[in-house]
Every structure is written in C-alpha cells, then in structure tokens.
Design a protein around this ligand. Structure first.
Ligand code: C2E
Ligand code: MG
Ligand code: MG
Ligand code: MG
Length: 287
C-alpha cells in the first residue's frame, strides 16, 4: 500500500480509493456520452391535494439507465454532474424533453402542474431564465403550469444573478419551490426574497413524524410558516397512512410519497390522470 501526501493531509491510496476514482471517472465518461445521445429519461411522481386526495400534479424525476452500469440513481449522478459542469446540459436536455412531452400530451396539464428539479448552479448562470422562457414559448405551453424546484445553497444569499433569474421566471409565470426545506442550508430570508411559491418539507422530517417528537414540532411549524407567508406547503416522503393522517390534520396542502404513489413512467401517469375521477377541486392556489 502506498500513501499519497498532499499539503499536510495524507490519505492511504488503497485499492478501494483507486477503484472509487476509476468508478467516478467511468461514470463521468458514460454520463457525458449518454447525455450527448439523449439517453436519459424521466418518471413522474403524482402530487396529491391532501384535503381531497385529488391529483394536482406531478414531480418530474430524472432517470438514467446505462447499458453497462444498469440503473444509476440521481442521488449518485446529479452531484457528479454538478461537480463536472455536465449539469447545465443535463437540465437543458431534461427541460426540453418535459416540454416536448407536455406539448404532445396536453391532457397532462389539464387541472395539473408539473414540477421540475433544477440545480442551484443553473440559477447562477446568466441567461438561464431567458432560455427556459424561450423554450416554453417555443412549445406553446403556459409557464403557469410549471414549478421549478430548487435546493438552496448559501451561494443564493444576495446573489444578483440568482435573483435576476428567479424574478424573470416568476414574471413569465413559472412558480418556484424550495426543495428539501429544513435540512442543509435553508434560509428564511431567501424564502421571502425569492418570492417562493412552494415549500417542500424535507422527507427526513416526514419519515420521522411518528417516532420523533422534534420532527413533529418542526414539521408543524414549517406548515404554519408556509400558511403565514401564503406559500403552498408540500410534504414529501409520505410512507404510511398514519403519517398522511397527521399531515392532513395539520392542514399540509400537498403530499407526495410511496404510500400515495411511487414515481412512474409518463404513460402510466397519463393513465392515472384519466382514472383519477375524484373531484378536481381548486388545486390549492396552484394552477
Ligand atoms: P427530491 O427532488 O427531493 O425528490 C424526492 C426523492 O424522493 C425522489 O428520489 C423520489 O423518488 C423519492 N421519494 C418520493 N417519495 C418517497 C417516499 O415515500 N419514500 C422514499 N424513501 N423516497 C421517496 P430520486 O428520484 O432518487 O431523486 C433524488 C434526488 O435527485 C431528488 O430529490 C433531486 O434532488 C435529484 N433529482 C431528481 N431528478 C432531478 C432532475 O431532473 N434534475 C436535478 N437537478 N435533480 C434531480
Ligand atoms: Mg424535488
Ligand atoms: Mg433536492
Ligand atoms: Mg426533496
């Protein structure tokens, strides 16, 4: 075993580390190639109005199946795409795919919205909003039907480019959701400054609702905070009926989770919308 030294820190250069580096490099090469050839696709996870169980929309979740690696989870390849700058192309490609799909299936947007995850890095890019707006116009779609989900980072604080992009997207009709709220970096100030439309409570709190009193307190307060600020509250990671009941009791507006619906291929989502014969009541200041 050899040891590499760098600026006072050292790390044993084990086979494990070597394999890990090789693995990452391999992933990057394959991801670059598959993005180039538009081989990534998406699932949709239905979002439910917790007051009446009607579907109010869906979250688009990117998927990657590589012929050598098999299925790779976004939790693994999105951070890699962010580190290598591949994320810009990936986001553009995904948005293009979603808009084309929505154009071909207008029924997907009748009384429904679609949420798309974007990276914080996208918003740090000059001209990002303009590109998305031009694209929605090109596909003759209404921006009001789309929510862009972002996970905050400290870079957002007083960042002019981020604010300019968000303002422009808002003006065009897009909604902004703060994803994974309550964990990592979440700023109350940004919640207001970015004129947030939706607050997505991180699934960590939701999953722990039954056995962790602190998660209960935080969850309830995030719901109340949303209400006070007139922001739509969304809970993700609902895995049981008991959790669903609690959230409904606390007047959380929208829910997502395996107990309701798992992410599914777009074709299945469309079929589900047809089946969804529950009253499509006013979708909580959404559509
Ligand atoms: P996220 O945006 O917070 O998405 C929610 C994740 O939780 C999804 O995982 C979803 O499949 C999963 N999930 C939903 N309900 C449940 C549940 O009841 N239990 C459990 N255990 N999990 C549930 P997924 O699809 O693996 O995505 C992981 C993360 O990758 C996303 O977290 C998001 O940050 C990122 N991501 C996914 N698609 C995209 C994309 O198109 N662009 C970007 N930039 N990031 C994406
Ligand atoms: Mg999300
Ligand atoms: Mg996220
Ligand atoms: Mg989340």
């Amino acid at each position: 075993q050899s040891v590499t030294y760098s600026s006072g820190n050292w790390a044993p250069f084990t086979d494990n580390v070597k394999n890990n580096h090789a693995h990452q490099l391999n992933l990057i090469t394959l991801l670059t190639n598959d993005i180039e050839h538009e081989k990534l696709y998406f699932d949709i996870q239905p979002q439910v109005n917790l007051a009446n169980h009607g579907i109010v929309g869906g979250e688009v979740l990117i998927r990657w199946h590589n012929e050598h690696l098999g299925q790779v989870s976004p939790g693994e390849f999105i951070p890699l795409a962010e580190q290598t700058g591949l994320i810009y192309k990936l986001t553009d490609m995904l948005i293009e795919k979603v808009f084309s799909w929505a154009y071909e299936h207008p029924q997907a947007l009748v009384n429904q919205c679609l949420s798309i995850n974007i990276s914080a890095l996208d918003l740090l890019q000059e001209g990002f909003a303009r590109r998305v707006i031009d694209n929605v116009i090109k596909h003759q779609l209404s921006a009001k039907k789309f929510t862009l989900e972002i996970t905050e980072t400290s870079v957002f604080d007083n960042n002019e480019t981020v604010h300019k992009n968000v303002k422009q997207l808002h003006k065009a009709g897009f909604k902004i959701a703060i994803d994974d709220f309550g964990v990592g970096y979440s700023s109350m100030q940004n919640l207001v400054a970015l004129e947030t439309d939706e607050l997505k409570i991180d699934q960590f709190f939701v999953m722990n609702l039954l056995n962790d009193p602190q998660s209960q307190i935080l969850c309830r307060n995030m719901i109340d905070l949303s209400k006070a600020l007139e922001i739509t509250s969304v809970a993700e990671g609902i895995e049981s009926e008991e959790i669903l009941k609690l959230l409904r009791q606390w007047h959380c507006q929208i829910g997502q989770g395996y107990h309701l619906y798992r992410p599914m291929p777009p074709v299945k989502y469309l079929a589900l919308l047809v089946e969804n014969d529950l009253p499509l009541s006013e979708p909580v200041n959404r559509a």
